[in-house]
Design a protein around this ligand. Structure first.
Ligand SMILES: NC(=O)C1=CN([C@@H]2O[C@H](COP(=O)(O)OP(=O)(O)OC[C@H]3O[C@@H](n4cnc5c(N)ncnc54)[C@H](O)[C@@H]3O)[C@@H](O)[C@H]2O)C=CC1
Ligand SMILES: O=C([O-])CC(=O)C(=O)O
Length: 318
């Protein structure tokens, strides 16, 4: 008996996430939430979902609207509202504009669903997670972002293709910014538990090229089809299922770290974290000296922009 609210459900990512989430068996209610003026389109979406659930024989309550009281008692609130980037833009370019939206919604969530777990998708996701944490006043374990989970899945898929194995055999992760300074953890990458360098296909493996592809993936898709929709939708549903299903899996999400990665902390950024019904808990890791150096650079960039955004919000009266 679980209730999940998607804020920004009229948008492309909100819609695909809400639909992907509806396949989680324990979810019994979905709230399609949006800003005032969007009630009609959310109502249309509600009835479309209802038809889809009838077609697959799924009993699930769908509610839609813009009234904050709708989100009461949500077990999880997912925020996908905000501007997406367009061709030629960096995710960071969206920071100040989207920060206002996230700050307002974080306050609204804290007032109406004070015990919920808040899951941020809006870009730039690391900075928006920090904004949501600050303005909700929630403990860090109850605020997290999509982070480098989707990047890690993209890398996993490239590695699986190269080594000609099923994706489930590949264990890898990317940490740091969901953006240009992301850091692949080759030291933690294995196939079926075997280090890549011990496999014959390693001779032709070009890790750096793969990372360049992962960094460019969002831009490539946006340039061709307008938006990334189904990749984020499924990635969001995986994280929602992991948390709500108390699965205790370790996935790469944006979380507030204190000192878990070689004593680097006080920032919201992509790191491996344990996900369960209580929320998100970064796990202490040791990585190679080169990876630490790259992670430190990523942290510095995210800290700098986060500070700029916090100053901006304060000047704007938030
Ligand atoms: N973290 C990640 O890996 C990913 C993040 N995203 C981000 O998700 C966000 C949404 O992307 P799309 O759904 O493609 O965009 P979209 O344009 O299709 O939808 C935007 C949604 O935000 C709402 N919105 C826009 N301005 C608003 C405002 N001032 N106040 C309240 N609501 C407002 C719209 O009503 C709509 O529901 C973007 O920031 C995008 O960059 C998208 C894909 C992956
Ligand atoms: O690239 C974008 O702007 C959307 C996104 O974050 C992604 O799909 O990774």
């Amino acid at each position: 008996m679980l209730k999940v609210t998607v804020i920004g459900a009229s948008g492309k990512v909100g819609q695909s996430a809400a639909y992907a989430i509806s396949r989680i068996p324990s979810i019994t209610e979905i709230v399609l939430f949006g800003r005032e003026g969007n009630e009609e389109s959310l109502d249309g979406l509600k009835w479309d979902f209802t038809d889809a659930f009838a077609a697959v024989g799924r009993r699930i309550k769908v509610v839609s609207g813009a009234d904050p009281s709708l989100i009461r008692d949500s077990d999880m609130v997912i925020i996908t509202s905000g501007a997406p980037r367009h061709t030629g833009q960096d995710r960071i370019d969206l920071a100040k504009g989207n920060a206002k939206i996230i700050a307002n919604y974080a306050k609204m969530v804290a007032e109406n669903a004070p015990d919920t777990i808040l899951f941020v998708v809006t870009n730039p996701v690391d900075i928006m997670t920090a904004v949501a944490l600050k303005y909700s006043g929630f403990p860090p374990s109850r605020v997290f972002g999509l982070g480098t989970h989707l990047d890690s899945m993209r890398l996993k898929s490239f590695i699986a293709q190269h080594f000609k194995v099923h994706v489930s055999e590949v264990h890898t992760r990317i940490i740091g910014e969901h953006g240009d300074t992301m850091v692949p953890l080759w030291s933690a990458t294995t196939i079926g538990g075997i280090q890549l360098k011990n496999l014959p296909e390693f001779k032709t493996f070009t890790g750096e090229e793969m990372i360049d592809w992962v960094k460019a993936a969002g831009h490539y898709i946006i340039e061709r089809s307008g938006a990334t929709i189904y990749g984020p939708g499924e990635a969001i549903a995986t994280l929602a299922r992991t948390v709500l299903g108390n699965e205790n899996r370790i996935l790469s999400v944006t979380a507030y770290i204190r000192c878990e990665v070689h004593d680097i902390g006080d920032v919201c950024i992509g790191v491996p974290a344990m996900l369960n019904r209580k929320g998100v808990f970064p796990i202490p890791i040791r990585i190679s000296p080169e990876e630490v150096e790259d992670f430190q650079a990523s942290v510095e960039k995210i800290r700098r922009v986060t500070d700029e955004v916090f100053d901006y919000l304060e000047n704007e009266g938030f």
